[in-house]
Design a protein around this ligand. Structure first.
Ligand SMILES: *[C@@H]1O[C@H](CO)[C@@H](O)[C@H](O)[C@H]1NC(C)=O
Ligand SMILES: *[C@@H]1O[C@H](CO)[C@@H](O)[C@H](O)[C@H]1NC(C)=O
Length: 805
């Protein structure tokens, strides 16, 4: 300081010198820095002006200035100028340079004046400053690079080197300082955006602008710059996931929240206000789903059906108010619920099946379908188990209904087959279908007669055309196959075709007699009736019908003995000495009827003496019932009535002449007496002799035949014996049918029927005591021949017939 002071003083001197030389009025100049302390020496004015101190004093030297302010004072005693007051260059001159104080020193006696200039030099006493310590900006983050923010410059009251020298901005990330020259040469001080702003990264940028001057020491000032980055809608909303997945069970009610999607937006305020929407073009999804535009809740609004759509792809859009958007996809998987029954489709079916259908005949083909999936869609089918049908799966979901056992229309003509299908869901759903199947008839059943054989009775002497009875056969088949017709099978009875005996009505099975039957000719016969149905081919069965002809009392008893001739000369001899109970004779009668109708009883109808004889009611024996006396007439005439037991009874009468005498002549005389007609008696005798001759002849003939047959058979058996052939057993002829069915037409069979008890109509071989013999010849045309033999005795069945007259 001192040094500069001296240099300045020297300068002032030099200047005075020039002035001194130049004019009267002296002029001196000093240079002092500002801010010198009060009383500091400015310059030795006396010396510099070349004045004596005395002069100054005497001259009452004083400073004259137009300004009121007196910064400099004059010390007359010392002749120096001193700083009177603090000199602030900045307030004195502001920015004007150079800054100088001009005043005059006036002297009196003589009046003189001297101009003094004190130049004030600047010292760096002022720091550069900004007007405001803080500057705030608000700029949008979307501001382009190069944008300028005008800054105020700092002010430094100092001048020259001491004034503002430079600025510095920190941090320099986004902004740089720049001087920008305007067209008019002014310079703008600006902050230029160098790097894009991002509010989302840094919302408030705090910068410090420092200004420095060039003084020594250097001084600086700072200003804080706060840049608020305003939000621009530079961020689109962003979904938290690109793809959302959600599951919803079908049939969920409207209002079910499927899921919530969220998008975020880094922006602020309205730029971050997100609105959600569904953007699917197809309106399926937008009908079914709705999104809450505010909170992103996806809600079901429609019906959701797994069977229609198994998943939905929903495109969602999130948009902020600035119009920026993001999209995402929401995949909604629909979960199946067992809400569909299995469907049964009958692909083809027969309504009728023949009862002879083979095993495994396909009746119906069905197809099942369940719209559900997985277990819910797996279908099992069953058929009710009381039918002869079964289900067989042919391929996936196809089933055949087949017969699994034999059908029989006669057992069941119709089946209701119920097919039940159920799925495997929980709970399982079931549906069923019923098929009615008719079983058609096949002629597989022959007609069946109600009985295995028939026996019918018809009373002989019927009227031809009489219906005897009805055979009936039923056929289990149906309709034509069950229409039975009856046919009489050809056969012959005794060589006569059966059709001449009976006829069968084809429709009704009524059997009619074609002729009138005679029990005495034929007692029964058999034939077969065939029942045939109308099927193709027809089936038939046959049955044996036995017609038994019942006897009618159509034959009166026939008296075989005594033989009735025109004029009877036959008389039984009874000795007068005969005891009571003496067997006079026996009335022998037969009745070709049978049973009751042939059960004969004998009664005495008329008699010469009713108390002498009696007739055995059953055996026809005439016996004496009292001792014969001499008074009794020789000729006794008895009328015996033989009556059968038929209804009505039929009878025959026979007259028996009895001669009660001890000698033949007595008898003769008596009989000639009572023989009314001699001629008649001759005839009678003749017939009697003839009859005896015939009987004898027949007997001999029979004897010869029997012997020859015996001999023949004996020889035959010898041959058989020697040839060691099986021995054909020989049956005695008596085993043959006495009634002569015609099977052995040329064999003579001898049968003896004893009529001692006519209630026993069957024939027996005679025993001793029998008096009458009946010989029946089967080889004859069926009529019976009577052969009378008196008191014949058959000792042995096989022995030849012996007749003792
Ligand atoms: C089958 O069903 C029908 C009608 O439901 C019924 O009339 C008929 O009797 C049934 N048949 C059998 C064999 O159950
Ligand atoms: C009658 O039926 C029997 C079986 O019952 C059979 O053997 C016979 O051949 C049938 N006769 C005729 C002529 O059809």
């Amino acid at each position: 300081m001192e040094k500069s002071h001296t240099t300045m003083a020297r300068q002032a001197l030099l200047f005075i010198c020039i002035l001194s030389v130049g004019s009267v009025l002296g002029q001196v100049s000093y240079t002092i820095p500002e801010e010198m302390t009060k009383g500091s020496l400015v310059g030795n004015i006396a010396q510099d002006l070349g004045l004596k101190i005395k002069r100054l004093t005497s001259g009452k030297a004083q400073i004259y200035t137009r300004d009121n302010d007196q910064y400099i004072e004059l010390n007359r005693e010392r002749g120096v100028l001193l700083v009177k007051e603090r000199i602030d260059r900045e307030s004195l001159c502001r920015q004007t340079t150079p800054c100088a104080l001009h005043f005059q020193i006036i002297l009196e006696n003589p009046m003189e004046f001297y101009s003094v200039t004190v130049q004030i030099t600047d010292i760096n006493d002022n720091a550069p400053t900004f007007k405001k310590s803080e500057k705030k900006f608000k700029i949008s983050e979307s501001t382009h690079i190069g944008a300028r923010l005008v800054l105020e410059r700092a002010v430094d009251l100092d001048v020259g080197i001491n004034s503002v020298q430079g600025y510095e901005l920190k941090p320099t990330d986004n902004f740089a300082l720049k001087m920008h020259s305007n067209a008019d040469g002014d310079k703008n001080f600006e902050m230029v955006l160098q790097k894009p702003l991002d509010r989302e990264k840094q919302e408030l940028i705090s910068l410090v602008l420092t200004v420095v001057d060039g003084g020594e020491p250097q001084m600086s000032g700072t200003m804080q710059i706060l840049v608020t980055v305003l939000d621009a809608n530079d961020n689109a909303p962003v979904f938290t996931q690109q793809t959302y997945k959600a599951t919803v069970t079908e049939n969920s009610p409207a209002g079910t929240v499927v899921t919530t999607v969220t998008a975020s937006d880094a922006d602020q305020g309205s730029n971050s206000k997100i609105t959600y929407s569904i953007t699917n073009a197809a309106d399926d999804e937008s009908k079914v789903f709705e999104i809450n535009s505010e909170n992103g809740e996806v809600v079901l609004t429609g019906k959701i059906d797994f069977e229609e759509s198994r998943n939905y792809q929903i495109y969602l859009l999130a948009s902020d108010e600035g119009g920026l958007t993001d999209s995402c996809k929401l995949i909604v998987d629909v979960q199946d619920v067992n809400d569909n029954k299995p469907e049964i489709n009958i692909m083809s079916k027969s309504t009728v099946i023949s009862e002879d259908a083979k095993l495994n005949t396909i009746v119906t083909m069905i197809n099942t379908e369940d719209k559900d999936s997985g277990e819910n869609g797996k279908v099992q089918c069953l058929v009710n188990d009381n039918v002869p049908f079964s289900l067989r799966a042919s391929s996936n979901n196809f089933y055949n209904l087949l017969t699994d056992s034999d059908l029989d229309r006669e057992r069941a003509s119709q089946y209701n087959i119920t097919i039940t299908c159920s799925d495997e869901g929980l709970p399982s759903l079931t549906s069923s279908v019923t098929i009615t199947l008719q079983i058609s008839d096949v002629n597989d059943n022959a007609p069946v007669f109600e009985r295995t054989s028939y026996e019918a009775y018809i009373v002989e002497n019927n009227t031809p055309g009489l219906s005897i009875f009805t055979v009936k056969a039923t056929d289990a088949d149906w309709n034509q196959n069950a229409r039975v017709s009856y046919i009489l099978e050809d056969s012959s009875i005794n060589g006569v075709p059966v059709s001449s005996y009976v006829s069968v009505s084809a429709d009704s099975g009524v059997i009619h007699a074609v002729r009138s039957f005679d029990y005495e000719q034929i007692k029964d016969f058999q034939f077969r009736v065939k029942a045939q149905d109308g099927g193709s081919p027809p089936l038939s069965s046959n049955v044996t019908v036995k017609i038994i002809i019942q006897d009618q009392n159509d034959n009166p008893p026939q008296v075989l003995y005594p033989v009735q001739t025109g004029g009877s000369l036959v008389a039984e001899m009874v000795p007068r000495s005969a005891d009571v109970g003496y067997l006079v004779t026996k009335v022998v009668a037969v009745d070709v009827d049978s049973g009751q109708n042939a059960w004969l009883s004998y009664k005495l109808q008329k008699a010469t003496d009713r108390v002498l004889f009696e007739v055995g009611l059953q055996n026809g024996e005439i016996r004496t019932i009292r001792q014969i006396t001499d008074k009794d007439a020789v000729k006794q005439r008895l009328t015996v009535i033989v009556e059968d037991n038929g209804e009505p009874p039929r009878s025959a009468t026979v007259i028996v002449n009895v001669a009660v005498a001890d000698s033949f002549p007595e008898v003769l005389s008596e009989f000639t007496d009572f023989t009314h007609d001699k001629e008649y008696n001759d005839n009678l005798t003749f017939y009697l002799v003839l009859a005896l001759a015939v009987v004898s002849f027949l007997f001999i003939t029979c004897l010869v035949v029997i012997i020859s047959v015996k001999v023949y058979r004996w020889r035959q058996s010898r041959i058989l014996y020697h040839s060691s052939l099986p021995v054909i057993p020989y049956y005695p002829p008596r085993y043959s049918d006495t009634l002569g069915t015609g099977t052995l037409p040329h064999v003579y069979n001898y049968e003896v029927c004893r009529t001692t008890d006519s209630r026993k109509s069957d024939c027996k071989f005679g025993r001793a005591g029998s008096q009458n013999v009946l010989i029946l010849d089967p080889s004859s045309t069926g009529t019976m021949q009577r052969i009378q033999s008196e008191k014949s005795i058959l000792d042995e069945p096989d022995s030849p017939l012996e007749v003792s007259p």
